[in-house]
Design a binder for this molecule. Structure first.
Ligand code: AP5
Length: 216
């Protein structure tokens, strides 16, 4: 399946993308994770992206479109993909429609006050990108990744003032994609409050109607 995940910062896109990717046997492609790894490694791409990310703004379209197009050409994405964090503007969605055909766009929606709590309590593994929350989704051993034992870190853009900026950026530049995909008959809506496992089952349910006949 070729899926796009939509939703505000902290709605749980990354958490659900990892589960959906494992369930469907397709790669989880996160533009945010890819950019953060580039920032950490100090690549040219990372140097260009860092200031935008730290300010809660979007990285320019031409940069993210080129990097996503390259990633989708890799062999593992031929059988499908879960795109987490792309597209984020109408220009990105238009570009995506030129290089692939989607089965659905899943919108995870949640009350704004929940988003702040989720972002400010998040901890991530810098090695394998597993996502935790200090209260709502803690690792087995505090401060350490369950999967690989790496010490967890706080994302640079998870400070409350930057989170609020990211939510504003989302409302202004990304929320219009909900209508964009609804108009094209691709939108599926999932309420993103509740246990991680419950939300995953809601997502699977709404996707049943999108599974192309060849994959049923
Ligand atoms: P990105 O990394 O994509 O961040 P985001 O969209 O702001 O989304 P988040 O990763 O913050 O949240 P999420 O919805 O994935 O939630 P998560 O699963 O982690 O982008 C970062 C930056 O990169 C952007 O600001 C931009 O600068 C740049 N960028 C990326 N893509 C771009 C693009 N296409 N164009 C331009 N710029 C781009 O969950 C959040 C927390 O909640 C976690 O702690 C988790 O454990 C917890 N949680 C999850 N589910 C539940 C639950 N059900 N109950 C309780 N807690 C839960």
């Amino acid at each position: 399946m070729r899926l796009v995940l939509l939703g505000p910062p902290g709605a749980g896109k990354g958490t659900q993308a990892a589960k959906l990717a494992a369930y469907l046997g397709v790669p989880h492609i996160s533009t945010g994770n890819f950019l953060r790894h580039n920032v950490a490694q100090g690549t040219d791409l990372g140097k260009k992206a860092k200031a935008y990310m730290d300010a809660g703004q979007l990285v320019p379209d031409d940069i993210v479109i080129a990097m996503t197009e390259r990633r989708l050409k890799e062999p593992d994405a031929k059988k499908g993909f879960i795109l987490d964090g792309f597209p984020r503007t109408i220009a990105q969605a238009e570009a995506l429609s030129k290089f692939t055909k989607l089965d659905a766009a899943v919108n995870f929606f949640l009350e704004p006050e929940e988003l702040i709590k989720r972002n400010t309590g998040r901890r991530v593994c810098p090695k394998d990108d597993t996502v935790y929350h200090i209260f709502m989704n803690p690792p087995k051993k505090a401060g350490v990744c369950d999967e690989c034992g790496t010490p967890l870190v706080i994302r640079a853009d998870d400070r409350e003032d930057v989170v609020r900026k990211r939510i504003e950026t989302y409302e202004r530049q990304t929320a219009p994609l909900i209508k964009y995909y609804r108009d094209r008959g691709l939108l599926r809506e999932v309420y993103a409050s509740g246990l991680i496992e419950e939300i995953f089952h809601r997502a699977i349910e709404v996707l049943k109607e999108s599974v192309p006949p060849r994959e049923r």
